[in-house]
Design a protein around this ligand. Sequence first.
Ligand SMILES: Nc1ncnc2c1ncn2[C@@H]1O[C@H](COP(=O)(O)OP(=O)(O)O)[C@@H](O)[C@H]1O
Ligand SMILES: [Mg+2]
Length: 242
Amino acid sequence: MTMRAPDSELPIVLDAVRYGVGRLTILDGISLSFNPGAPTVLIGPNGSGKTTLLRVAMGLLAPNSGRVTWGGRAQISPERRAIVFQRPAMLRRTVEANIEYALSSAGIARSEWRARTDELLKLVGLTGFGGRPARRLSGGEQQRLALARALARDPQVLFLDEPTASLDPAATKAIEDVIQAVAGRGIKVVLSTHDFGEARRLAGEIVLLHRGRVIECTPAVEFFTEPKTNEARQFVAGELLL
Ligand SMILES: Nc1ncnc2c1ncn2[C@@H]1O[C@H](COP(=O)(O)OP(=O)(O)O)[C@@H](O)[C@H]1O
Ligand SMILES: [Mg+2]
């Protein structure tokens, strides 16, 4: 009998990816890889291509040229990848029902829902919230529920698009704690932010995007202590990068 290694999503490799709409180039020849380990943080000003890059890496958008591979394969069904969009839509149901819907979509047996729901609520700090209407939750709580739903399919890779945008410091801290717990479980987190402090707190590796190009891709420690490019220096100095 031959044993086949279980399919892995990682590394995710983008090779000379170009993505455009009409005559507009949004991603302009991006080559990089997402590897197992601490979170990769995409930073860059508004409009630099962060959201588009996350969608391409998730497999939701196909590049116009160049290619993307997941664990060495060009196309595998995204069962072990998950993405949380910037403004996640909640079902008009309870918190618990939102998670059960995600478990059901992930093909988890109904007999496991109870235990998995409790575990997920605990992981995101929403124990006791199961019976509440999801749309009545605060912004930060909704974002944590969205994280729980994304984790329902037990992903190897989790993409988060500006998960703390428009949250206050306490809600931001709660989200960042969840992200750290998730990363601690060995899930590869790739998140975008335009918040410098957040990048500093979470990143193992930084990808600086500017006008659809990768300006720097470097361990976070180096990025903050000795940025190599002018753009990175500007960004670290808190100057507006346009
Ligand atoms: N479907 C689209 N059609 C036209 N322009 C788009 C589309 N998607 C993104 N863009 C443009 O591409 C640029 C990059 O967008 P985006 O990836 O959302 O950047 P970011 O997330 O860094 O703000 C922006 O100027 C945006 O307006
Ligand atoms: Mg965006």
